[in-house]
Ligand binder design. Structure first.
Ligand code: 3PG
Length: 213
């Protein structure tokens, strides 16, 4: 896949079993963190818009780590989508879904994984043409049992559960036919980033490679 090709949400989900949910407070951490994840086989990187430095971090990764594909997490508005695209994000992840966010991502060319936690939210996202969705917060909102139940009426939807997912419970999600990947922050622990423990993060990324096989 060429770095500049237009991505689909399915391609984002299919690249690896885990999408890291990244929180960065220091731009200096962005490039070494991205390289550490790539070294561990994880290329789709969700940098959350939860810190003032997030956009600058995305920009640094997009420019300096061509092996990675940077995405924006916590996209909650049209302005977030626009800023993320300008910063070099190639995909977006939202904690919930609104048509405004869906349209904004289309307008700026970002593949979107919209967040859902109820049947009505799934139907709203489907009405707007989104069939690959993030289930958030996955453990708190019903876990694997909820996804199994949704597999009946929403047989044509694929999910990326995120929120409370760990190395230990990831297989319970990934064994479901409607789950393509999971999202999680466990492979990018705050203390490892703070202490620049990049080889620890590479190992955590490597540990996810057998998941879902
Ligand atoms: C998210 O933003 O998707 C979640 O906060 C990540 O959840 P986790 O920290 O429980 O992995």
């Amino acid at each position: 896949m060429s770095k500049l090709s237009t991505l689909t949400a399915l391609q984002v989900m299919q690249d690896a079993p885990v999408i890291p949910v990244i929180v960065l407070h220091d731009v200096a951490h962005a490039v070494p963190l991205a390289r550490a994840l790539v070294a561990g086989g994880v290329r789709m990187l969700e940098v959350t818009l939860r810190t003032p430095q997030a956009l600058a971090c995305m920009e640094a990764i997009a420019k300096e780590v061509p092996e990675a594909v940077v995405g924006a997490g916590t996209v909650r508005s049209k302005a977030d989508a626009q800023a993320a695209a300008i910063a070099g994000a190639r995909f977006a992840v939202s904690p919930g879904y609104t048509s405004a966010v869906g349209q904004a991502c289309r307008d700026v060319g970002l593949a979107l994984l919209p967040g859902v936690a109820t049947g009505s939210e799934i139907m709203a996202a489907q009405e707007d043409g989104f069939t690959e969705l993030k289930f958030f917060p996955a453990m708190q909102a019903g876990g694997p049992a909820m996804l199994k139940a949704w597999g009946g009426p929403f047989f044509d939807v694929k999910f990326c559960p995120t929120g409370g997912v760990t190395l230990q419970n990831a297989p319970d999600f990934l064994s479901l036919s409607n789950v393509v990947c999971v999202g999680g922050s466990w492979i990018v622990p705050a203390d490892a980033i703070e202490k620049c423990e990049w080889s620890r993060i590479t190992q955590l990324a490597k540990d996810t490679q057998g998941l879902g096989l």
